[in-house]
Design a protein around this ligand. Structure first.
Ligand code: LMR
Length: 396
C-alpha cells in the first residue's frame, strides 16, 4: 500500500534550515526559520531557563504521566502571562487553559475543539498568514476562507478591505488573528482596529481565534497581549493558542497552551473536559520538561525578573537590526524604499522583492529567506549586515 504515496518536497520554511546547514559558503546568512539568534548567530538557552532546568534536574522525583490538560502550575502561570492577574475573565475563572505540545499543538487542539462546537465552522485567515496555519487548521477539518490583510504595494494593512470581507462572517465561524508580530508580514493591528474587530465579533457572533506566538517580541509583554485581553474582556467566547517557543527560547521542548475563554466558570470546566478528551485522542498528554521550566521561570520572582531582562534584550536587538538594515540600504542608495521595515514588529517582515530575486540571493550569495521574501530579522547582526545589504543592492 505504501507504493501509492508520492514523495513530497521539503516544507517551505523548514526545508531552508537543511539547505542553509549544508551550504559551505562562510558568508552564508540564515533569514529563514523564525528562531532568535544573538549577535554571534547562536540560539543560546536563556540563563533563566537554564537555571530553572538545573532546579528541575536536582528536584525532580518522578517521571509519571502528566494529565492530558498538562501541569496546573504551568497553565495557571500562562493564564496570568496572557491575560494578567486582574483580568475579569481570569478572576471570574471563565478561562480553560490546556498545556499543548508547542503553539502548533495548541492550534490543532483549538481547531478540533471548534469543530466539536460547530462541525460546519469556517476559519477565516489573513492573506497572507503563516503557511502552517493552513494544514494545522485545515487537516483538522475546518473549512478555510481568507480575508485581505497586507498590501504588498504600500507595505501596510488593508484594514478597510479586511473589515468589509469580515462583515460576511457568520455566527459560529472563527476569525484567526495574529495576537502580535504578524507572521509573515510584521504589520500589526492598532488598538483602535482591535476595538473595531471586537465590536464586529460581538455583533456578528463570530469567535476570534488568536494565535500569539511572539508575546514580548513586539512592544512588550503587556502591550503585545492587548488584543487578547480586549477580546477576552468584551466577548463571551474567544480561543487563544499561545507558544513559549520564542519568548522562552525553548523551541525543541514543544511548549504551548490553548486557552478557551468562555462565558462562565461552568462552561470553562466543560471546555476543559472536551479539550482533555481531544488531547487524549491525539497524543494522550503533553511532554513535561519544557513546561516545567517555563512554569518555574514564571513562578519564581528572581527567575521571572531575569527572564524579562533576557526577553527585552532579544526584542531590543531585533528592533536595532530593523533600524540598521534600513539605514544601510538607504545609505547604499537602494533603488527601493525599505523604511517600512523599521515600523513593523517582531521576528518577520517581507523584504518586498520578487521570488526570482529571492532565489538569486540564495544561489549567488547564500542568503536564505522564504520565497515570499519573508526575512527573519534575528538572522542579521553587525558582522553580516554589510554583506547582506551589498548583496541586496546587487540583485535589485
Ligand atoms: C516560522 O514561521 O519560521 C516559525 O514559526 C517556525 C515554523 O515552524 O515555521
Amino acid at each position: 500500500m505504501f507504493e501509492k504515496l508520492e514523495r513530497l518536497p521539503a516544507d517551505p520554511i523548514l526545508g531552508l534550515m537543511a539547505a542553509y546547514r549544508d551550504d559551505p559558503n562562510p558568508h552564508k546568512i540564515d533569514l529563514g526559520v523564525g528562531v532568535y539568534k544573538d549577535e554571534q548567530g547562536n540560539t543560546p538557552v536563556l540563563t533563566s531557563v537554564k537555571r530553572a532546568e538545573e532546579i528541575i534536574l536536582a528536584d525532580e522525583n518522578t517521571k509519571a504521566y502528566l494529565p492530558p490538560t498538562g501541569s496546573p502550575d504551568f497553565t495557571q502561570a500562562i493564564q496570568k502571562l496572557l491575560f494578567g492577574e486582574n483580568h475579569p475573565a481570569f478572576t471570574a475563572k471563565r478561562i480553560a487553559t490546556i498545556q499543548s505540545p508547542g503553539g502548533c499543538g495548541a492550534l490543532r487542539l483549538g481547531a478540533d475543539f471548534a469543530l466539536r462546537c460547530n462541525p460546519e465552522a469556517t476559519v477565516w485567515v489573513s492573506d497572507p498568514t503563516w503557511a502552517n496555519h493552513i494544514p494545522l487548521l485545515g487537516n483538522a477539518g475546518l473549512k478555510l476562507a481568507k480575508y485581505p490583510y497586507y498590501d504588498s504595494a504600500t507595505h501596510a494593512l488593508k484594514f478597510d478591505e479586511m473589515v468589509s470581507t469580515l462583515r460576511q462572517v457568520k455566527r459560529g465561524d472563527l476569525v484567526l488573528l495574529h495576537g502580535c508580530c504578524h507572521n509573515p508580514c510584521g504589520a500589526d493591528l492598532t488598538k483602535a482596529q482591535w476595538q473595531t474587530l471586537s465590536e464586529m465579533a460581538e455583533q456578528q457572533g463570530f469567535v476570534p481565534y488568536i494565535d500569539i506566538a511572539y508575546q514580548g517580541f513586539g512592544k512588550g509583554l503587556v502591550e503585545d497581549a492587548y488584543g487578547v485581553r480586549l477580546m477576552a474582556e468584551r466577548l463571551p467566547e474567544v480561543i487563544v493558542a499561545s507558544s513559549c517557543s520564542k519568548n522562552f527560547g525553548i523551541y525543541r521542548e514543544r511548549v504551548g497552551a490553548l486557552s478557551i475563554v468562555t462565558d462562565s466558570p461552568e462552561s470553562a470546566i466543560t471546555s476543559t473536559t472536551q479539550a482533555a478528551s481531544i488531547a487524549r485522542g491525539m497524543y494522550s498528554m503533553p511532554p513535561s520538561h519544557g513546561a516545567a521550566a517555563v512554569s518555574l521561570v514564571l513562578n519564581m520572582p528572581e527567575l521571572h525578573q531575569q527572564w524579562q531582562v533576557e526577553l527585552t534584550d532579544m526584542r531590543d536587538r531585533i528592533n536595532a537590526m530593523r533600524e540598521l538594515l534600513v539605514e544601510k540600504l538607504t545609505m547604499k542608495n537602494a533603488s527601493q524604499d525599505f523604511s517600512f521595515i523599521q515600523n513593523q514588529l517582531g521576528m518577520f517582515s517581507f523584504l518586498g522583492i520578487t521570488t526570482e530575486q529571492v532565489h538569486q540571493l540564495r544561489e549567488q550569495y547564500s542568503i536564505y529567506m522564504v520565497d515570499s521574501s519573508r526575512i527573519s530579522i534575528a538572522g542579521m547582526n553587525h558582522t553580516n549586515i554589510d554583506y547582506l545589504t551589498d548583496s541586496i543592492i546587487k540583485i535589485l
